[in-house]
Design a binder for this molecule. Structure first.
Ligand SMILES: C[S@@+](CC[C@H](N)C(=O)[O-])C[C@H]1O[C@@H](n2cnc3c(N)ncnc32)[C@H](O)[C@@H]1O
Length: 249
């Protein structure tokens, strides 16, 4: 490596600064998490090293949670000690960024495709906080003992009954725990107007013990997708009832 390259890399790292949301970083253009496993890329993402510290860029076109951050969510409960239940982890693209954050917590990764699960297994060998579970998210009883209680439920499964699966798994949330439901309109109804599908999702969630805090569409990163953010249980002192205005763009 020439001196010139090394200097350029160093300057790039110096431009990485804390994002306004905790545990995230940015360089004015891209989003980053601090890598739990320096020296390794998970999905070909850009890495910036600063001595022993390394940052991994988080591609919002490959990750709906990354897209949600780029769309300006104000709800960001992910912390170092978070216990996360991740439904539809696939080969670990988004789950790896959650694992970068929850360094002292755990990310239970549910996936039912054996092929994707194999990649998750390999990833979890080097990520101590990632717990891969080969299971169907429709059947939470099969992993209930292993998962126990979680602070955050994150779901990205592209199934027709996405809401039913989410509600079944909300039982794992602690009181005032957070839920992130990534909704793919076309998986629910291929011909319906996505706006109507998202409204129906919100109405159904409102009939449960989950409070809907926000609905954010994920364009231009994901077409006809939206993220719904919920919180379990009665309103606490932080967000009084009625303080949230839902946006239906
Ligand atoms: C859109 S991909 C998830 C991408 C991943 N969340 C990411 O951002 O890296 C959806 C995944 O959900 C999985 N899936 C769908 N239905 C499921 C179910 N009922 N139980 C477990 N996994 C499921 C699929 O096999 C697929 O890997």
């Amino acid at each position: 490596m020439t001196m010139k390259t090394s200097l350029a890399e160093r300057q790039a790292v110096l431009r990485v600064r804390p994002h306004e949301l905790p545990y995230l970083f940015e360089d004015g253009k891209d989003l980053f998490t601090r890598s739990l496993t320096p020296g390794r890329s998970v999905y070909g993402e850009r890495r910036l090293a600063d001595g022993a510290v390394e940052y991994r860029s988080w591609d919002p076109y490959r990750s709906k949670l990354g897209a949600l951050v780029q769309k300006g969510t104000v709800h960001w409960p992910f912390r170092a000690n978070s216990r996360v239940l991740y439904l539809g982890a696939a080969s670990g693209t988004t789950a790896s960024h959650v694992s970068d954050i929850a360094t002292q917590g755990v990310v239970h990764c549910i996936e039912f495709s054996p092929r994707a699960f194999q990649k998750l297994l390999t990833l979890s060998e080097v990520r101590h906080n990632m717990n891969p579970i080969l299971a169907d998210a429709e059947r939470p009883d099969t992993y209930a003992r292993e998962v126990g209680e979680v602070d955050i439920l994150y779901q990205d499964v592209s199934q027709r009954d996405q809401v039913g699966i989410f509600l079944k798994n909300a039982r794992f949330l602690v009181p005032r725990g957070w839920g992130f439901l990534m909704v793919k309109s076309r998986s629910i109804d291929v011909s319906a107007n996505p706006k109507r599908v998202f409204q129906a999702v919100v109405e159904r969630l409102r009939g449960s013990d989950l409070r809907v805090l926000d609905l954010i569409r994920l364009e231009p990163y994901e077409r006809d997708h939206a993220a719904v953010v919920v919180r379990k249980g009665s309103p606490g002192p932080i967000e009084p009832a009625g303080s949230v205005t839902l946006k239906y763009p």
